[in-house]
Design a protein around this ligand. Structure first.
Ligand SMILES: *Cc1c(COP(=O)(O)O)cnc(C)c1O
Length: 412
């Protein structure tokens, strides 16, 4: 077993004491969400037969049907679409956008620029919304909050707006993630202006961070990835969409073919990992956030700034940490990799990535390739030197990795 300086253990001990109040709240949220999920399993009478897969067309795939019902129960929506055939979060969001919008309609983002990968979907080449005659508008956040005046003006001035888009997570920006309640406030505001507008939320990284989901506050439809929070670190791939029945049906028609919707689509391997992942997700998300809070308190003691602040509750599982030098930043990412269960011997280095101006360095020693519910970190190599840390399927794993991080920061 690796030995560390006493100072490393002491910093972690002090951080753990400081984190107690937040940990208690996180445990309450996990209990609440675990019960919500278990209630759904009991209500839908999930049985062993649901864990099995189907082949060919996938007609009468009871596993898929039950999984969709569970998600609808958890999000308190009329309907949901959950599928390993959805490649990732971007695909789930893309299906929803193309499912809801038609030529001449406008998509309106009220939380500033959407996540990076959606830029191409909205206005790139190769079949973007723009190429299909769907327009796009956005209003930037004002001091991290919705710019209500500007949003009112835009909605009143453009009657082609059909879908109002909100990104729950901070993604890789410096703002805080939105609570579901805050998303509820903008939803009521939007509906007050025009009842027919569809409010659509990018829910990636947000699931189970809070007692509520955006759909508890009037949001019409949301979408996300299964290799983040809600897959519980067990789902091997996939995405989901949940919302009003007619809207989800439009999305199902886009996922497969008009008129076929969710009636087709098989998965021979079966859904056991998806059911179990959903069941584990509330505590896995709790573990990840607990680890993240511990890191924040420990690094705060060494004078590093993190967002969100160590003592605030999180609305997503991402934490950014600002380092003083490029060397500190690179060493941090490398240390996360070194303390990963998979590929611990691989040394990540900064490299050029398509679509990014600066070099990027990433640590992802994960069981499911690229799963950011597992402990992972990444950073663009540019000033200010900010690393983004997320995930951790067990709290203890993050705590052990933190020892290595502190060792490097203290001893250089
Ligand atoms: C991860 C993420 C997505 C989708 O990313 P994929 O890598 O395609 O799963 C979209 N929006 C946000 C805010 C995200 O965090």
């Amino acid at each position: 077993m690796e030995k560390f300086d006493n100072s490393v253990y002491e910093i972690i001990e002090r951080a753990e004491v400081k984190a107690q109040n937040i940990f208690k709240e996180l445990d309450k949220i996990a209990l609440f969400n675990q019960e919500k999920v278990l209630d759904a399993f009991r209500k839908e009478e999930i049985a062993e037969r649901h864990l099995k897969g189907s082949s060919g067309y996938g007609y009468g795939d009871i596993g898929k049907e039950a999984l969709c019902k569970l998600y609808a129960d958890v999000f308190h929506t009329e309907s949901a679409l959950v599928s390993p055939l959805i490649a990732n979060g971007t695909h789930a969001l893309t299906i929803t956008l193309f499912g809801l919008l038609r030529a001449g309609d406008t998509l309106y983002s009220v939380s500033g620029a959407p996540y990076d990968t959606l830029q191409g979907v909205i206005k790139g080449t190769g079949g973007s919304l723009r190429e299909y005659g769907i327009n796009y508008k956005e209003t930037a956040l004002k001091n991290g909050e919705f710019d209500y005046d500007e949003i009112r003006k835009t909605l009143k001035g453009d009657l082609t707006i059909k879908v109002v888009f909100v990104t729950r997570s901070r993604g890789y920006s410096e703002r805080d993630a939105f609570s579901s309640k805050k998303i509820g406030e903008i939803t009521s505001f939007v509906k007050g202006i025009n009842q027919n507008l569809i409010v659509f939320v990018d829910n990636c990284y947000g699931e189970f961070c809070d007692y509520y989901e955006p759909t508890d506050f009037g949001v019409d439809i949301l979408a996300g990835s299964l290799i983040k929070n809600i897959g519980g670190g067990i789902a091997p791939t996939g995405g989901y969409i949940a919302g009003k029945a007619n809207l989800v049906e439009d999305c199902a028609n886009r996922l497969t073919a008009p008129g076929l919707g969710n009636e087709v689509g098989s998965y021979i391997i079966g859904y056991a990992n998806y059911f179990e992942g959903l069941f584990l997700a509330p505590t896995v998300v709790r573990n990840a956030i607990k680890g993240s809070v511990l890191v924040a308190f420990a690094l705060q003691e060494l004078g590093f700034e993190t967002t969100p602040k160590a003592d605030s509750l999180c609305n997503d599982i991402i934490r950014s940490i600002r380092f003083n030098t490029k060397e500190e930043l690179i060493s941090f990412i490398q240390t996360i990799q070194q303390y990963s269960p998979i590929d611990s011997n691989v040394l990540p280095i900064p490299y050029d990535m398509p679509g990014y101006e600066d070099q990027v360095i990433m640590a992802a020693g994960t069981f499911v390739a690229g799963a950011s519910i597992e402990l992972s970190a990444d950073a663009p190599i540019k000033e200010p030197y900010i690393a983004y840390l997320q995930g951790g399927i067990t709290y203890e794993h993050v705590k052990i990795a933190l020892r290595g991080i502190l060792k490097h920061l203290i001893n250089g």
